[in-house]
Each structure stands twice: as structure tokens, then as C-alpha cells.
Design a protein around this ligand. Structure first.
Ligand code: EPU
Length: 350
């Protein structure tokens, strides 16, 4: 296993900011993962697992430890009645993996088209968009446990999934290196067309009864178009996509709280049911109601010109500039609505 020193991380992230990794290793096999873990442990260094870098904010000071770039490859399909278990190595590109499941005519990932990053990152933040999240299709997560020093196969229950959450980014943050994810998909299944915006785009000229017959590929392509319009698809030369996707989570609040927000702003906030008398309010809407607009800029950090929830690097931004903008926005929303926005990307080296 080759370990390199003082390697810039900015270019390995979609946001394109941040300093160097003190050490960087690429793990192409399970043995490499074990060796990298031992190497860091012997030197008392922290270890950070880098996937696609699409949901990261790296500190300007960089990361004073070992960054392990997970490069494990592999894509296997096991048929199981009318389902298919797709076993994918953590280093595979998510979009490529998702596209292969569409070509296999397997339903369950079609709404997650156009998301940058690798497979290994999907269970960590329970990636979700347009009415689907990976938690509903994950059958098993294989990971190396840095504490017990062994590989484990975790059931979805053991992963503790919730909205943008799992044990991997909460209680057991930093404890596991995900090496493979198994997804259980429906062979020949109908697409999930539930998210209002997606449904509207798909329905055009069709009636509801025809939805089940819509092809998975069409749903995936429509999702990509929606993402492209919001600057949430990686497109070369598009300044709006030099971001980490959503920079804040959508707050989940009680219905009572949602009514208070309506009183303060003088209009009903858009809301999505979140179970147990709770609703999810779009953070983008709260941010706009707090007086921030698309394209708002502070130094080289700015709000995307196409989506209020994405903070972008307008060219040469530092991590501190991005964070200062995020703090200003969060303070504005807190002052107006008494809601503390939670950051969505992973912070490294802070
Ligand atoms: N909105 C605004 N201004 C905007 C954009 C949106 O006010 O500039 C309001 C509108 O009311 C809109 C609502 O927010 O109806 C929802 O917007 P959108 O459908 O774009 O979704 P989102 O809530 O902003 C979430 C995810 C996205 C995911 C989309 C689609 C989070 C934090 N973000 O965003 O995920 O693609 O839904 O399902 O849950 C990501 O995690 O990085 C990400 C991009």
C-alpha cells in the first residue's frame, strides 16, 4: 500500500476547497483497508475515509491524519425470485451503479439518478432524493470495524437509518470503513413516482393510470433534468455545481411549530409529512424568508444562483469563507424563526 504525504484534498471534492491530507492512501482491496487502519493506529493518527468527495467541506488547514481513499471495485447481481440483490463495492461511482440497475430493469434507485459520489457514501448519510432513499433498498452493509478490527455485515436495522442519518454519521461516526453495499431491488418493478415535482414532470400529457408503465430510464432521466435545472448535477464548467449539494438539512418540526413559522412569515411554509405529527420544512424556503436570495455572495462563497440550499465556491473560496456564509445564513434563520439549521455535509479537519 502506497502512502503519499501532503496531498491537496480540494481537487478531490466537488466544492473544491480545503487544505492537504497529511497522509493519503488508496485502498483497492480489503487487505489495504486493514493495513491502512493498522498504519494509522500504530502512529496514533486519526483516519478519514474519502469516497467521492461530493458531500465534504475540508478545512483550510487540511487533515492531520491518514485519508483513505476507498477504491474498491466490483458489481455483482444475485437473483432472488422477483428481486435482485445487487452487491456493489464501496469505491464504485454511484451514478454508474444506479444506471446499471436501470439497465437490469431493477426498480428502487431510479429517483437517485444524477447524484455525485461513491456507493460507500450512500448508507453513511442515507442518500435520498425525489421520493426515495437508499435505506429502503439496502439489504446489508459490509464494513471494517476500526474498533473491533474485523469486517462486519450490518443489517439495515443495525445501520439505524433515518433522514440523512445512520449510525455511521452519528453514534459510530468514524468507526467503520464501508467496503460494500448490497441493495435489494425489484426486478421489473414499477418506478417510484411520488415526489410532487417529479410526478408533475412525468405526468405531462399522461393520466395517473399510466404511471406504473413509465420506464425506469425515463424516471432517472427526468430526475437528472430536474437536478440539472437546480445546479445539482455535476456539469463541467457550471459554476453552480461547485458545491456540496444541500448545505443544510431540512428541519423536521412539529405541526404547531410550522403554524408559528406561518405566523412569522405571513405565509404557509411548504411542508412534507415526516410522521408522528411532524413535518419537514424546506430549509431553502426558510433561508429565502430570512432575507437571503439566490446568488447572494460573501467573498468567494455564494448561494447558488439556481438553488438556495446549495453554497458554492465562486472561484478560489476558502473553507472559512464557506463556513462564514453558512453561519450568517443559519444566524438569519435562527433570528427570524428560532430554528437552528443543521449542516448537511461532513466537515473534515475542523
Ligand atoms: N425551495 C426554495 N428555494 C429554492 C429551492 C427550493 O424555496 O431555491 C423550496 C421550495 O418550496 C421547494 C422546496 O424548497 O418546493 C423543496 O425544494 P427541492 O425539491 O429542490 O428539495 P430540497 O428540500 O431543497 C431535498 C434534498 C436534496 C434532494 C431534493 C429532492 C435535503 C437536505 N436535500 O432538497 O438532496 O435532491 O430534496 O428530493 O434533504 C443533497 O442532499 O445534497 C440533496 C441535493
Amino acid at each position: 500500500m502506497n502512502i503519499r504525504e501532503n496531498i491537496s484534498l480540494a481537487g478531490m471534492t466537488t466544492l473544491g476547497v480545503g487544505g492537504d491530507a497529511r497522509y493519503l492512501a488508496e485502498a483497492a482491496t480489503d487487505d489495504d483497508v486493514v493495513a491502512a487502519a493498522a498504519w494509522a493506529r500504530e502512529r496514533g493518527l486519526p483516519l478519514f475515509v474519502l469516497g467521492g468527495g461530493s458531500n465534504l467541506l475540508v478545512a483550510d488547514e487540511g487533515f492531520d491524519g491518514l485519508v483513505v481513499q476507498v477504491g474498491l471495485r466490483g458489481f455483482d447481481v444475485v437473483e432472488d425470485g422477483d428481486e435482485a440483490i445487487v452487491k456493489v463495492a464501496a469505491g464504485e461511482d454511484w451514478e454508474h451503479c444506479m444506471q446499471r440497475t436501470i439497465e437490469l430493469n431493477c426498480a428502487g434507485m431510479e429517483c437517485l439518478a444524477g447524484i455525485p459520489g461513491t456507493v460507500g457514501g450512500t448508507p453513511v448519510q442515507n442518500v435520498g432524493a425525489y421520493g426515495q432513499e437508499v435505506a429502503t433498498s439496502i439489504a446489508c452493509v459490509r464494513a471494517y470495524d476500526l474498533v473491533e478490527r474485523k469486517f462486519e455485515e450490518l443489517t439495515p436495522q443495525e445501520c439505524g437509518f433515518a433522514y440523512r442519518r445512520s449510525r455511521f454519521n452519528t453514534a459510530d461516526r468514524g468507526r467503520f470503513v464501508v467496503t460494500r453495499v448490497d441493495y435489494r431491488l425489484k426486478r421489473g418493478g414499477a418506478p417510484t413516482v411520488r415526489y410532487a415535482e417529479l410526478k408533475e414532470a412525468i405526468l405531462k400529457g399522461r393520466d395517473e393510470a399510466e404511471l406504473a408503465a413509465v420506464r425506469l430510464a425515463e424516471v432517472a432521466e427526468t430526475v437528472r433534468e430536474l437536478r440539472r435545472a437546480k445546479g445539482m448535477l455535476l456539469v463541467e464548467g457550471d459554476a453552480d455545481c461547485r458545491s456540496a449539494g444541500s448545505f443544510f438539512k431540512n428541519p423536521v418540526v412539529s405541526e404547531e411549530r410550522a403554524r408559528q413559522i406561518a405566523e412569522v412569515s405571513g405565509k404557509l411554509p411548504p411542508s412534507f409529512p415526516a410522521g408522528r405529527g411532524q413535518v419537514k420544512i424546506p430549509a431553502a424556503w426558510l433561508i429565502e424568508q430570512a432575507g437571503f436570495h439566490k446568488g447572494f455572495q460573501m467573498g468567494a462563497a455564494g448561494i447558488s444562483s439556481r438553488h438556495t440550499l446549495a453554497l458554492t465556491n465562486r472561484g478560489g473560496a476558502t473553507a472559512n469563507e464557506i463556513l462564514a456564509l453558512a453561519e450568517r445564513i443559519a444566524a438569519g434563520v435562527d433570528a427570524r424563526f428560532g430554528i437552528e439549521l443543521e449542516l448537511e455535509p461532513v466537515l473534515v479537519g475542523f
